[in-house]
Design a protein around this ligand. Structure first.
Ligand code: FES
Length: 117
């Protein structure tokens, strides 16, 4: 995959077509809210998910974390209580209960515009 916007291509598909991917031309901002409230963290699940997300996102999006385009925050209750830990993405508002870390990483990548659709 090529991500060189100066040359007019952001991914293999668009490089062939010689066009920009619109998602790559805007600086997106994403905040991951991880609930560590009494229901989500009843057995340490919320803080375990927070730790896993921090580790995975630090590997996947170090630049976005460093420049503030991606932030990770905790909340005491997102008012979406289930038996599983809950996260929500902003600004989309998409919420996930007990998300798979790889799936969550892909969602965040798409929201950041670091993947082409
Ligand atoms: S305690 Fe996590 S959503 Fe309510």
């Amino acid at each position: 995959m090529t991500r060189d916007n100066a040359l007019g291509d952001c991914c293999l598909t668009h490089a062939r077509a010689g066009e920009f991917c619109a998602a790559m031309t805007m600086a997106a901002f994403v905040r991951l809210l991880v609930c560590v409230g009494p229901n989500c963290d009843a057995e340490g699940q919320g803080r375990r998910l927070l730790s896993q997300a921090q580790a995975a996102l630090a590997v996947a999006f170090p630049e976005a974390l460093a420049d503030g385009r991606l932030k990770i925050s905790t909340r005491d209750c997102l008012r979406l209580c289930t038996r599983d830990p809950v996260v929500r993405l902003e600004p989309s508002g998409d919420a996930f209960a007990d998300p798979d870390i790889d799936d969550l990483t892909r969602e965040i990548g798409a929201a950041l515009g670091e993947t082409c659709n």
